[in-house]
Design a binder for this molecule. Sequence first.
Ligand code: ATP
Ligand code: MG
Length: 257
Amino acid sequence: MSGPLLEVTGLHKSFEKHHVLKGIDFSVERGERVAIIGGSGSGKSTFLRCLNFMETLSKGTITLDGQRIGTTGSNGTITYPERQLCDVRERLGMVFQQFNLFPHMTVLQNVMEGLVTVKKLSKERARDIAIRELAKVGLAEKHDAWPSRLSGGQQQRVAIARALSMEPEVLLFDEPTSSLDPELVGEVLRVIRDLADEGRTMLLVTHELGFAYHFATKVIFLADGVFHEVGTPDEVLKNPKQAKTQEFLRRFGEFAF
Ligand SMILES: Nc1ncnc2c1ncn2[C@@H]1O[C@H](COP(=O)(O)OP(=O)(O)OP(=O)(O)O)[C@@H](O)[C@H]1O
Ligand SMILES: [Mg+2]
């Protein structure tokens, strides 16, 4: 199918009186890697959560591979059938800052869970896929471990294997390394870089600006509820045009490209 894989038009999100996202138009082509940067509380997580409908939109539309999400009724209101939202969440795999593994399941069970309960695969087939994905993130030796016995970097790699096992068309990463000790950041970024080399479509919210520079095909600076500046890594991270972007980058100080 031609056209963007993911398209957002006029997206607004408010939490009661707090207007967080104020009109976002955005599209992602297949194979694009988008880094989203911005200050704390600017709405980066909210944006990702709206994309896979973990948050309801206050206004706007999201189209995935040419198909508009939601059904418009005769009075113009949009409803979101749960089945369609489950489908969207399968197609947009999410990796969270806090890993969100099931603590009462082993590593292997964590990766198998969605395959069995959502994709309805047999346990044998789910197990084969889970073993394959865990090997990819370098955790072939940890099948029977409990999440609490793993380092943060290992837990995050399990979470990535779990997301990958569902074969999503887009991967959404919300600050995947920001709760990790500095010495564990590299192992997770390496996995994300390998995924980039495979040509996957990805959106990454991050404060790792040096990584974002090499990773991204497009960088977005989110401020004041809008995409304040959008461009290539060179344009946004090295030669930002907007004063606000310049100020944000200055606060980060020097970062290694
Ligand atoms: N469920 C919610 N209810 C009410 N307010 C919320 C909710 N989720 C987020 N907010 C508010 O929306 C704003 C944007 O939050 P969000 O978590 O998206 O920011 P962020 O850019 O991801 O920040 P950080 O870099 O700290 O993760 C914040 O002011 C936050 O308090
Ligand atoms: Mg956030």
